[in-house]
Ligand binder design. Structure first.
Ligand code: HEC
Length: 136
């Protein structure tokens, strides 16, 4: 009985520690409606925000280039920026989050336009948060 009790405490402790270590969604993401489709660590409707950050900071391509088990298409970051005439990932992602769109992570699932419901200033803050999750 004693050992069961001890292992229950250990299990509870693990859950608490795990929760504290994972990065939580910022309040701004909750109030802007992003959390109905996004999680930081795993794919929901949209890609995991950590994967987005890896794509633009490290891998240089989206989707299957980051995780072929989870996504079903790939675009090179350099080609995305050229196609949309944007100099930086930050500028492109502000546009994409504002207008919505598909084709960079999934072939069929699209992001809804988030502007003007969410202000340009808040979208910039969120994009900077996402890019900051995995720095170069
Ligand atoms: C209705 C669901 C939905 C909501 C709400 C949503 N997204 Fe998305 N998001 C998606 C999907 C789906 C994709 C992948 C689109 C693709 O494949 O090109 C995506 C992609 C992204 C990307 C990566 C874009 C790229 O081209 O690499 C970022 C950054 C992002 N979302 C941020 C946000 C932020 C910030 C919010 C809240 C203001 C938000 N999303 C709200 C569904 C959503």
């Amino acid at each position: 009985m004693k050992s069961i009790f001890v292992s229950m405490i250990a299990a509870a402790g693990f859950v608490v520690v795990g929760g504290a270590m994972a990065t939580d969604m910022p309040e701004l993401a909750k109030k802007s409606g992003c959390t109905s489709c996004h999680n930081i660590e795993k794919r929901v409707v949209g890609p995991a925000w950590r994967d987005v950050s890896k794509a633009y900071n490290k891998v240089g391509a989206t989707g299957t280039a980051v995780d072929p088990k989870v996504y079903n298409t790939t675009q090179k970051v350099s080609e995305i920026l050229k196609e949309h005439d944007r100099a930086t990932p930050e500028a492109w992602l502000i546009e994409k989050v504002s207008k919505g769109g598909k084709g960079d992570w999934f072939t069929t699932t699209a992001m809804i336009p988030n502007a003007p419901k969410v202000s340009q200033e808040d979208i910039k803050t969120l994009v900077d948060f996402i890019l900051g999750l995995e720095k170069k």
